[in-house]
Design a protein around this ligand. Sequence first.
Ligand code: ATP
Ligand code: MG
Length: 480
Amino acid sequence: MPTFYDMGLSDPIIRATLNMGFEEPTPIQEQTIPFALKGTDVIGQAQTGTGKTAAFGIPLVEKMDVDVEVVQGLIVAPTRELAIQVAEELNKIGRFKHIRALPIYGGQDINYQIRALRNRPQIIVGTPGRLMDHMRRKTIRLQHVTMVIIDEADEMLNMGFIEDIENILREVPEQRQTLLFSATMPKPIQNLAQQFMHHPEFISIKNKEVTVPDTAQNYIEVQERQKFDVLCRLLDIQTPDLAIIFGRTKRRVDELCEALNTRGYSVEGLHGDLNQSKRDSVLKHFREGTTQILVATDVAARGLDIPGVTHIYNFDIPQDTEGYVHRIGRTGRAGKTGLAVTFVTPRELGQLKLIEQAIRKKIDRKPVPTLIEAIEGQQRLTVERLMKVVEEEDTLPYRELAEELLEENDSVSLLSAALKLLTKQPNVTPVNITEEAPLKTRKSRNIMARQQEYRKWDGERGFNKARRNRPKPAQKVNKY
Ligand SMILES: Nc1ncnc2c1ncn2[C@@H]1O[C@H](COP(=O)(O)OP(=O)(O)OP(=O)(O)O)[C@@H](O)[C@H]1O
Ligand SMILES: [Mg+2]
């Protein structure tokens, strides 16, 4: 097994990897870092949670010149939360080399960002909209950028973002090095990517499965109006440490949050209509574990690395196969195990088949859990909690009382009553969830069709005309 040391990295970077607890490079790191250090353009594809951030972050930081106080490295990412997270990881990698990475994203005070830019970070991690805003204001200049990285590249080169990426790349010197990463890299997007790159090396970690083998994947066939009760039962049975529930729309997320809170679950919602301070606090609570359940739109589907997420629930089946891979990839990261459960209404079974074909794996069908199972799940949880207190806590102050009680009652009656008190009882308070129409089956979110459109725009009809004729990306701001 090669080590980071064998890769010819400098001391401050090796120290940083040790400091981050990385003992050896992951396969994608092992394969991409040497190419990236040599200056080769790379398209890197590897499963979710396998260390793609450091795969580009390590060579990027290695190549930055700490004495040159201009932006030399640019990373583009689809969501604000991901930009923040990637910048944090880069700052860890750059800690001993004193390389600074700054996240630049919408929803944060632009003047604050302008002040932060005066600290002269060498690396900027941005979301496209806000990056362009700074480019227009000339508060960010990209003419000394030597390396550009597009994280979640298939998403970024897709309809919602492609024009922004083109605009941003126009400001970056032509002879830059370009790296593209994602867990999913549909062929048409790979082809499209070439136009932004110079003879890229395509590195794909060959795995039988597209998804992570340590994540068990189940589906439950369920009627739309039953979904919520089934979800509550699953939560009661599976008692996840940290779980993410994905809903299709923002309204869905809001309704689910309210309904789950009504039924006594501690949940918070994340979607694009919330203001940034709310988004920050929701994610902070979830990362700290003070909120155990996050309900989110696809804004949380890509890239987020939250250790300890044990369960993913697709309350609504994802729109496309890539979405499925990324959503369930929020669990089972860095060698941990996880469980993903997808709700499928009878009319969406075709979509499930498409997902199975794309990931080349069968998703196991599970029956609708019963109320009895939910109650048993909660009882099990109570016993676990009780035994933990028996083993780990000081119960001495209660002993006298316990002995008194036992003089007049039998022990089984007493313990049964205590267990009952401690157990969350099934809560069937009526809630209001607006029904969603079933998802219409579409072949892998028409990426093929879109690619053909791009070709048309680029070729036959001429690029400029094509640009004018390009349909307005309706989901551009609204998707998440
Ligand atoms: N060499 C390593 N050794 C141990 N842990 C690592 C190593 N490299 C990365 N990690 C850890 O693995 C986790 C996942 O990494 P990362 O977020 O980069 O995955 P990813 O491949 O980008 O996933 P996604 O496709 O979901 O974006 C992180 O917590 C990271 O710190
Ligand atoms: Mg990533």
